[in-house]
Design a protein around this ligand. Structure first.
Ligand code: CLF
Ligand code: SF4
Length: 493
């Protein structure tokens, strides 16, 4: 197959200049490493470090039943869209149930490193319940990182309590810093016992959010800002949001697409407000990347999600399935996993450095896009037909940089619907030059080729970045050969 032309992308940061976390991805020896304290804080947090998300898991405990504001992308029957895809939480937990669930997951999932409170309402709208849960988890399982997500309205009132419980990471959803924009997102907030509507509601919310974010920084609590990208409402305004929050010490900005299917019953869903296209989301992320680190591996997970990002083992830990008592907390098993991950990281980094040498002399402007099927561990280790998502990387001589994740239906479904699912995957990956997989069947292999996407199995079970670079070196050689051959052919003709 002759290679398609390399991409000519809109001007944007290069992979090396913008490793997603500017070194905070935890790669040893990255060009702009984070200060040691900060690097250590994100090293095992799957949301704050793209690199860590290959190795570590989070779990959410859905203990927050209520909210103190109204967002047009949410209704009270669904998960908090700040942190979840809209969908009903299976179970709302009491503090006792939450602790039992955390103990059970911790005993069974060695890669668990973070427990988060992220809905279905706002955890700080019911602070007593939230702090009871945080306190009990902190005492029972001190090696786990505590994380919390909030709309920020009540945040300034609880900063000291968060710090006292060593909650290391707080996400604040900031969709605007201009009340005129906010009035199109938030119909009301509950403030000092009364419902405030219009731009005044957004003014109060914004002031409280910014005050809370500054307070987190002052206490050494790492802050991530989530923003929902709403085309025509706040998309053009988000770079201003990024600048403001970056100035307050926010660690990373996560731009998530609005999900607004009519069946969710939200205001936006019912009034036809659409979410962004892939291109619009990418444009918004690039615009914000000029001022802030931008997260690209968020999965908009449920408020009761369990597992690595991209997998959901929540059903296996439903209340009815929890043991009456969990005898062990398996802290030793988790510690052993961390040691094993450090060894794996060293091997991955060595492979990456070797692979970078293969492409060091290529044209700096040469770029390609590859999709990767992975089950975790930072490896190309998933069968094409089993993949429920692909990670899409932009590859250049500086390295491979994650652009985003794309969900798909499994194409290997035992017959029914496979043809439609494959067609959908081909559309989803249409902008990619190759797809790196552990294995791929003959039929999809042919169809991928026909669609101009090279199926690559020779890099199976290698670390993702090294595999992408090795493929890129071959791709560039073929592109160069095709380029050299073209004038000669023309001359002969
Ligand atoms: Fe949960 Fe959020 Fe903590 Fe992560 S999720 S409270 S920071 S532990 Fe992560 Fe899920 Fe995206 Fe949230 S992938 S929705 S960013
Ligand atoms: Fe829903 Fe979360 Fe918004 Fe509250 S903050 S209305 S729970 S999306």
């Amino acid at each position: 197959m002759s290679p398609r032309l390399p991409l000519v992308d809109p001007p944007g940061p290069s992979p090396a200049a913008n490793c997603t976390f500017g070194g905070g991805c935890g790669r040893p020896g990255e060009a702009r490493p984070l200060p040691p304290g900060l690097a250590e804080k994100v090293r095992r947090h799957p949301c704050y470090s793209e690199e860590a998300h290959h190795h570590f898991a989070r779990m959410h405990v859905a203990v927050a039943p209520a909210c103190n504001i109204q967002c047009h992308y949410c209704n009270r029957r669904h998960d908090c869209a700040n942190e979840s895809r809209p969908g009903v939480v299976s179970e709302r937990l009491t503090p006792d149930q939450a602790l039992a669930k955390v103990r059970a997951v911790a005993a069974e999932v060695p890669e668990l490193s973070v427990v988060g409170l992220a809905g279905p309402g706002d955890p700080l709208a019911t602070p007593d319940r939230t702090f009871e849960v945080l306190d009990r988890i902190r005492r029972a399982l001190p090696d786990l990182t505590l994380c919390l997500s909030t709309n920020g309205l009540a945040l300034p009132d609880h900063l000291d309590r968060l710090a006292a419980l060593e909650v290391g990471h707080v996400t604040v959803t900031v969709n605007m810093v201009d009340p005129a924009v906010g009035a199109r997102i938030y119909p009301w907030v509950l403030w000092k016992g009364r419902k405030v509507a219009g731009p005044e509601a957004s003014r109060i919310l914004s002031e409280r959010q910014l005050e809370g974010i500054a307070g987190l920084a002052a206490r050494g609590i790492l802050c991530k800002v989530n923003s929902v990208v709403i085309p025509g409402v706040n998309d053009a305004h988000l770079p201003e949001v990024s600048r403001r929050v970056q100035g307050l010490g926010v660690f990373v900005h996560n731009l998530m697409p609005l999900l607004s299917a009519p069946e969710h019953g939200t205001h936006y869903g019912l009034t036809g407000q659409r979410g962004p296209t892939e291109a619009e989301l990418e444009a918004a992320r690039r615009a914000c990347e000029l001022d802030a680190r931008v997260m690209r591996h968020c999965r908009q997970c449920r408020s009761d999600a369990v597992g690595r990002l991209g997998e959901d083992r929540g059903a296996a830990f439903a209340l009815a399935r929890l043991p009456r008592e969990t005898a062990r907390d398996a802290a030793g098993v988790r510690a052993a996993h961390r040691v094993a991950v450090d060894r794996r990281r060293a091997r991955i980094e060595a492979d990456r450095r070797d692979a970078l040498r293969l492409v060091a002399d290529l044209d700096a402007g040469l770029r390609a896009r590859v999709a990767v099927a992975t089950r975790g561990d930072g490896l190309v280790n998933e069968h094409f037909g089993h993949a429920r998502e692909f990670l899409v990387y932009e590859v250049g001589r500086e390295g491979a940089r994650l652009l985003g994740t794309r969900r798909v239906e499994r194409t290997c479904q035992g017959g029914e619907g496979e043809r439609d699912a494959l067609a959908a995957v081909l559309r989803t990956l249409a902008d990619c030059q190759a797809v790196l997989v552990a294995k791929v069947g003959r039929c999809p292999r042919g169809q991928l080729r026909a669609a101009g996407i090279e199926p690559v199995v020779v890099e199976a079970y290698r670390p993702i970045e090294a595999a992408a670079l090795a493929w890129f070196a071959r791709f560039a050689a073929r592109a160069g050969a095709a380029h050299d051959a073209a004038p000669r052919s023309a001359a002969v003709a």
